[in-house]
Design a protein around this ligand. Structure first.
Ligand SMILES: O=P(O)(O)OC[C@H]1O[C@](O)(CO)[C@@H](O)[C@@H]1O
Length: 660
């Protein structure tokens, strides 16, 4: 990992004056606490105070100029604390033992440096692929260099200068921030700002408007995991034929877990380095070999008349890269498993929703029939009264387009829909598509809406272009390879050949689903704003309402999880529903491998146990949760109709919101 650019590294000299460890201060408490019981879980809210190592020494001790008088050295209180994130506070770059601080100080500068390297190394091909000029490339590169320097020197955010409605909104949000410095504001705001600012660098050029600086990495990530996709595709064949209840439930659960572990494949945590699950499995096996788990305890003797308890199974010593075997191998790393509840309740809710939709359609039909009968009667009377020549003319049949009622008035959706708020492209998106395909094929739902990003985001997040790329790449794959060691062997012990035949079929089916509107891709602006989800209603009520039509919404990955929890270090034993802070447009499913220091819904003592074993377990992506909140806000006739209401649709037929 390279350090921040020369000459701009954050200063580390001691602050003059001020007691660094006041009794009762967060730092004092952290010093008292042992490493294992984590200082930050027992502290109260952090108060800014002067301490020894300020990351912004210059600013906090810079002399004040008194008009007409001397420069006087003052010690301002520094917000930097030598702790992790205190409980219930937002993750923030001021907590020097937190992953947020480490990310801003070390990880993101590396990500930005890699973009700069890429631009200088592949400038020629970037220019020709985008029709961009040398000037465009130079300007973009300069903007990335400046962004990196501003970050590592903890400057104030720059306002956006590109003339777009979105940039104006960002400027307003920046203006509303109490802290405008990269490290001093919330990690969420700063991180999102950085990715948005990167985009602006392209928007300000003529020729790089559509340039995706992460595209090449995303494409390689797809190629690196095709073998896994072929393995999953072969199994999918057995999951899509209409099956009986128990198998359907078991397959639903399996696919949720495939979706979970696919979330290991993000390029942001790996700083853009390729994540190859086959290699990762080999590395994990090697780790186990060097540090094997203790043998399971001997079976307990049964009480009088009762059979002896079975011995606990030996923890696996080889981690397979076969995604289905991986589910079993990683069983203990799945910290919260609500999959059975999800499978049951999504099915039940979907059945109930279908009934309501059919009943509503029946009602509309009855009204229409009654109207048609009346119309026919009226017409007949008019005809009889009409002049003779008109009676000879043929009757014109009109094919009225299917109206979409005003979304503000609609309380029953148009179809049973499942929503996926996507995270990473490549293998993770492939896994999400498999789950979506399964839900449609088993007729649990009629439609799946995929929510993707409207700009390159956190390196590997799915954009609309990536979405189509993955489907096309699956349809056209001609992968064929002898299975790597660790995968299932073929008949008679012969090496198994892994082929893309079924993967191609899946890709073709998905293309058809897209054409038919069974799969829908939506790239709403809200997903690339810095707002956490409890604020969605305020910032994007229309999206909130759209989500309310879903039978359930699956939020993928770590960043979505952070936004669901308000990016706060909540108490790890707080329940999932309470942690959502009122954000329940529909039942919520969170499927996330743990890559940031926040989690909820853990059993008592689990967090301490994991932290004792490995202080950094929350940064590794090795653990996962699949959590469920079955509640959803009931759909009422809206008291806050959408912006088009009464302007163009007049509450009858919506010309705008065809995605509902
Ligand atoms: O792709 P995911 O699962 O959202 O992870 C994104 C990564 O980026 C981060 O937001 C940090 O930059 C982490 O939370 C996580 O490591």
């Amino acid at each position: 990992m390279s350090s921040p650019a020369k000459g701009v590294a954050l200063p580390q000299s001691p602050v003059k004056g001020g007691s660094p460890t006041k009794p009762g201060s967060p730092l004092a408490q952290s010093k008292k606490s042992s490493k294992a019981s984590s200082p930050t879980r027992s502290t109260g809210a952090a108060q800014p105070f002067v301490h020894q190592n300020s990351d912004d020494e210059d600013y906090y001790t810079r002399p004040d100029f008194i008009y007409g008088g001397p420069f006087i050295g003052v010690n301002r209180p520094s917000p930097f604390l030598d702790t992790g994130t205190p409980m219930n506070l937002p993750l923030q770059g001021t907590f020097k033992k937190s992953f947020a601080y480490f990310s801003l100080k070390e990880r993101i500068p590396v990500i930005l440096t890699k973009i700069i390297d890429y631009l200088s190394r592949d400038g020629g091909s970037i220019k020709s692929a985008n029709g961009a000029s040398e000037e465009d490339l130079k300007n973009f590169m300069q903007s990335v260099v400046k962004l990196k320097n501003d970050l590592v020197t903890n400057k104030d955010y720059d306002p956006f200068t590109v003339d777009t409605a979105n940039a104006k909104k960002w400027n307003m949000w920046i203006e509303n921030q109490e802290n405008k410095k990269y490290f001093n504001n919330t990690w969420m705001f700063t991180e999102c700002y950085l990715y948005r600012k990167l985009r602006e660098g392209c928007e300000l050029t003529k020729g790089l408007q559509k340039f995706d600086y992460f595209e090449a990495q995303k494409k390689s990530a797809f190629d690196n995991n095709v073998e896994l996709m072929c393995i999953v595709a072969d199994k999918m064949v057995t999951m899509v034929n209409k099956s009986e209840k128990d198998k359907r439930k078991a397959d639903f659960i399996t696919l949720l877990k495939i979706c979970l572990w696919a979330n290991k494949c993000d390029l942001s945590l790996s700083l853009g380095s390729q994540v190859n699950l086959i290699q990762a499995a080999k590395d994990a096996t090697e780790k186990l070999r060097l540090n094997p788990p203790p043998p399971p305890p001997p079976p307990k003797k049964g009480k009088k008349g009762k059979p002896a308890k079975e011995a606990a199974p030996q923890a696996p010593l080889v981690i397979s890269h076969d995604p289905f075997q991986m589910i079993l191998d990683l069983k203990d790393k799945l910290l919260v498993d609500d999959t059975a509840k999800i499978a049951d309740q999504v099915q039940n809710k979907a059945d109930a929703m279908l009934k309501a939709i059919n009943a509503a359609a029946e009602e509309v039909k009855d009204t229409k029939d009654a109207k048609d009968t009346k119309d026919t009667k009226d017409k007949k009377e008019t005809k009889e009264a009409a002049p003779a020549e008109a009676k000879d003319g043929k009757e014109k049949k009109e094919d009225a387009p299917k109206p979409i009622p005003c979304p503000a008035k609609m309380t029953v959706p148009q179809a049973v829909m499942f929503d996926i708020v996507c995270d990473n492209t490549g293998y993770e998106l492939f896994a999400d598509l498999c789950l979506a395909h399964f839900l449609v094929a088993q007729k649990i739902v009629q439609k799946v809406r995929f929510h993707v990003k409207d700009m390159p985001w956190f390196i590997s997040d799915v954009t609309e272009k990536d979405f189509r790329y993955v489907i096309d790449a699956c349809s056209n794959s001609n992968f064929s390879k002898e299975a790597s060691s660790g995968a299932t062997e073929g008949e008679g012990g012969a090496p198994k050949i892994i082929k893309a035949d079924n993967l191609r079929l899946l890709g073709q089916a998905w293309n058809q689903y897209l054409t038919d509107g069974v799969f829908q891709v939506m790239a709403e602006e809200f997903w690339t704003t810095p707002h956490v989800y409890r604020d969605m209603k305020k910032y994007d009520p229309i999206l909130y309402r759209k989500l309310q039509y879903a039978v359930a919404i699956m939020f993928k990955g770590d960043l979505n999880y952070r936004k669901l929890l308000g990016d706060r270090n909540v108490n790890p034993t707080t329940g999932f529903e309470a942690s959502l802070q009122g954000f329940i447009p529909a039942p919520i499913i969170a499927v996330r491998t743990v890559k940031a220091e926040l989690i909820c819904g853990l059993p008592k003592g689990k967090w301490d146990q994991l932290t004792t074993a490995d202080e950094k377990w929350m940064q590794s992506g090795d653990y996962g949760v699949i959590q469920f909140c079955p509640k959803g806000e009931a759909l009422k006739v809206s008291d806050r109709p959408c912006m088009d209401y009464c302007q163009t649709c007049f509450g009858v037929v919506c010309p705008e919101h065809t995605d509902i």
